[in-house]
Write a protein that binds this ligand. Structure first.
Ligand SMILES: Nc1ncnc2c1ncn2[C@@H]1O[C@H](COP(=O)(O)OP(=O)(O)OP(=O)(O)O)[C@@H](O)[C@H]1O
Length: 764
């Protein structure tokens, strides 16, 4: 079920830069929670300078952030919702829009800390004369400054680091994934930049990527997509950070008069999130699972800029390869693509206001093609408009405010991308129902028919017997009443015709008034009466059968009607089945694609592993590595054991009665034997008084120190093994064992220890 939701637009003013402070610039805006307006005193200044035709009203947005608000506050207010929704299968896009130097990259990527707070301080750090420029946010991911056009970067002072929205989002995402053990998540990322209207893959391995632009294709299902864009499977936040780092190294920045570290391209970092909720494990993905798929886009647009602000920074003119011409060309491309973006936004807002189905010019630029689903499509979209609060930048800020105001009216149609393979079960259930109904219908028809036929048969038999008896009765009465022949003949005719109760009754009456009263006549009369009674009973029986037949006929009619109804139901169910099986087919096809994608990702993963050199290890070495890893884990956990061990020892200490005994050497030897030298060395260096105990308690039982030492060692071995096995059992619990890519086959520490002991014995 889709729902409509407006694009969420927020406005963020950055703090004044050191240059602006040096130039005595101030913040000219009143900023409330959801609106901004010009401060009264600057209205006159701007009117006098003819920089505004009429006094602007206040501008309202979903949220407004003042220069004091942190990236975290921005993320919590606008970004968090989008990220959490992505775990439920909703697409989301967060993008930063604003003039150059207004803080888009700072918001998305964060900062390693501000640059020099004043030009003087800068000069102290670097002897090169530095012009007054804005502070710059250098992405914390940008470690290798390999791109030639980038100006030299000053060393950071000690000001605070700030994480960007992308990092907050990733942290939230991985937290959400870990909190949800019923689902298995698959993540992959890609990073692209649109530079001079060409699309480049920032994560490609190729060193010639800047010479190999990618093309944007269109597909009826996928919409616009970048052909050949590399996608990388990621399992941990560190992996994602590494990819962002790589992308940032390849991204194009340059020093302009407005921003030391100005983005010269639009970038889109895409994170694909797929989840599989399966009752019975990953293997049953196709048969019995619910999958969600969503895409999270983080867009950092290049800033709109005035031609004079595109001039390269003078101090670097000697070292930079980029000429003012190429900077101007970049600026032109940036402005053109932003113009097309505004055009799309305007058209979309007209669509919602006048309800017309006007054409939206997505195809005019690569940026609008890629952002199509986020603008008026199926995505929860958040736009963070960044602005500079100074009087000097008033016009540029006004343009950003207008952009945000228009974008706010755009409606997206949001629908979760959820797929369920439960349709297979539904089809089966429907088919079972249909079979059952068919059987019931057959049984009802057969049963009804049999009963009906039986009743007709019985009725015919009864009628035959009645007529035979009637005939017998007539014959007898003829024999015994000759004087009434004529009259009886008449009656006989009547009986034959009617053969019913009435005739019988009339006959009985005739017999009642017969003249003779002899024995013969009595016998005749008795026999006749009996015959009539029998006949009467048989007539009643026949009437009953008639009734039954009528009921059966009624039943038959009902059955015919329900047969017709069932036929209709059957038809409907079959149509439903067909629809469902069609859907099943399409789901299967999608599943297949999904599996192929998974396979591809696994291959990429193994490729990555090849690069890391893991493939060079034999399986035995890998197994050893794994065992070593878990042994190392266990030795960390061994701290717990040590505590317990010490408490045991101190317990023994309480029973102590005088004999001096130092367990250090045995303890260390014992740990050595178990391969826990580190732990042993720690115990040796720390002088723990609890280890000083006297062994009389044991001596009284064992008689000498060495046997006491061996008993203590046995005890501690048992303790250790129990403890390790408990840890092992803990680690086997599904919650702890869960990993976003499945589970480790943990080896029992007991097993590891027994194996290492065996090998020790062998070596000896
Ligand atoms: N909220 C903020 N707090 C502190 N400093 C900020 C903030 N926003 C921006 N800045 C500073 O302002 C300068 C310009 O920011 P940034 O590079 O992020 O701008 P931009 O909009 O990405 O510019 P461009 O479009 O040219 O790439 C940087 O020195 C950055 O550190």
């Amino acid at each position: 079920m889709s729902r409509s939701e407006n694009i969420n637009v927020s406005l963020r003013f950055r703090p004044l830069s050191s240059r602006e402070i040096d130039d005595f610039e101030t913040n000219i805006w009143n900023i409330s929670k959801s609106a901004v307006s010009l401060k009264q005193e600057y209205l006159h200044v701007l009117a006098e300078a003819k920089r505004i035709a009429r006094i602007p009203k206040s501008y309202a947005y979903n949220y407004c952030f003042s220069p004091r608000d942190s990236n975290q506050a921005v993320y919590e207010t606008v970004g968090k919702r989008v990220v959490l929704a992505s775990l439920e299968g909703y697409n989301g896009t967060i993008f930063a829009y604003g003039q150059t130097g207004s803080g888009k990259t700072y918001t998305m990527m964060g900062s390693e800390g501000s640059e020099m707070d004043s030009a003087d301080e800068r000069r102290k750090m670097n002897s090169t004369p530095v012009p007054k420029t804005d502070r710059r946010s250098v992405s914390p991911f940008r470690v290798n400054q390999s791109f030639q056009r980038i100006a030299p970067i000053y060393k950071k002072p000690t000001t605070e680091k700030e994480k960007g929205i992308i990092i907050y989002a990733l942290e939230e995402l991985f937290l959400g994934i870990n909190k949800n053990p019923e689902k298995t998540y698959f993540l992959s990322c890609s990073y692209l930049e649109i530079y001079n209207e060409q699309v480049y893959d920032l994560l490609t391995e190729s060193s010639h990527f800047q010479e190999e632009p990618l093309t944007i294709n269109e597909d009826s299902e996928k919409g616009f997509y970048v052909k050949g864009l590399s996608e990388h499977a990621v399992r941990t936040i560190e992996e994602v950070k590494r990819f962002i780092e790589r992308g940032e190294t390849n991204r194009r920045y340059a020093a302009t008069a407005m921003n030391h570290h100005s983005s010269r391209s639009h970038t889109i970092f895409k994170l694909s999130v797929a989840s599989v909720a399966s009752d019975s494990g990953e293997n049953e993905v196709e048969e019995n699972s619910i999958t969600t798929e969503s895409v999270l886009n983080f867009v950092d647009l290049a800033g709109s800029e005035r031609v004079n602000s595109v001039q390269a920074e003078n101090s670097y003119s000697a070292v930079r390869k980029n000429s003012n011409d190429s900077l101007a060309l970049e600026g032109k491309h940036i402005n053109t693509s932003l113009f097309y973006l505004c055009q799309v936004i305007n058209r979309l807002s007209e669509k919602t206001t006048i309800k017309s189905d006007n054409h939206i010019p997505y195809r005019n630029s690569n940026l609008t093609k890629i952002l199509r689903s986020s603008l008026g499509g199926n995505a929860i979209t958040c736009i963070i408009c960044t602005a500079t609060p100074t009087l000097n930048q008033f016009e540029m800020t006004l343009s950003t405010l207008r952009f945000g105001g228009t974008a706010k009216t755009i409606t997206n149609n949001i629908e979760a991308n959820i797929k369920s393979n439960k349709s297979a079960e539904l089809i089966e259930a429907y088919q079972r129902d249909i079979e059952q109904l068919k059987k019931e219908l057959e049984i009802a028809q057969q049963g009804g028919q049999t009963r009906f036929e039986e009743a007709i048969q019985v009725k015919t038999q009864l009628e035959e017997r009645i007529s035979r008896l009637t005939q017998m009765l007539i014959n007898q009465s003829r024999q015994h009443a000759p004087h009434n022949v004529k009259k009886e003949k008449k009656s006989h005719e009547t009986w034959l015709i009617n053969a019913g109760d009435l005739s019988a009754d009339r006959r009985l009456e005739i017999q009642k008034f017969s003249p003779k009263d002899t024995d013969k006549e009595n016998t005749f009369e008795d026999r006749g009466r009996m015959a009539f009674n029998r006949m009467k009973l048989m007539h009643l029986e026949a009437a009953e059968k008639d009734k039954e037949i009528a009921e059966l006929v009624e039943m038959k009619d009902d059955l015919v009607e329900s047969k017709a109804n069932l036929k209709n139901d059957l038809k409907k169910a079959l149509t439903l089945c067909k629809d469902l099986s069609d859907k099943k087919q399409s789901y299967k096809a999608k599943c297949k694609k999904f599996k192929e994608k998974q396979k591809m990702l696994t291959q990429k993963l193994s490729l990555l592993e090849v690069q890391q050199g893991l493939d060079k290890l034999s399986s035995e070495q890998l197994q050893k590595l794994e065992s070593f890893y878990f042994c190392a884990l266990d030795s960390v956990k061994n701290a717990k054991f040590r505590r317990k061990y010490e408490s045991q020892l101190s317990m023994m200490n309480q029973h102590d009665s005088g004999m001096e005994y130092s367990p250090h050497s045995d303890h260390s030897k014992f740990l050595d034997e178990l391969g826990l030298n580190e732990e042993a060395s720690v115990s040796k260096t720390e002088s723990d008084p609890s280890f000083e105990f006297k062994g009389s308690f044991y001596r009284s039982r064992t008689g000498n120190d060495s046997s006491f030492a061996s008993t203590a060692q046995d005890m501690s071995t048992m303790l250790l093994l129990n403890l390790l096995d408990n840890e092992y059992e803990d680690s086997r619990s599904p919650v702890k064992q869960r990993n976003i890519y499945g589970t480790h086959n943990l080896k029992s520490p007991l097993k590891i220890i027994s194996e290492s002991q065996e090998s020790l014995v062998k070596n000896k």
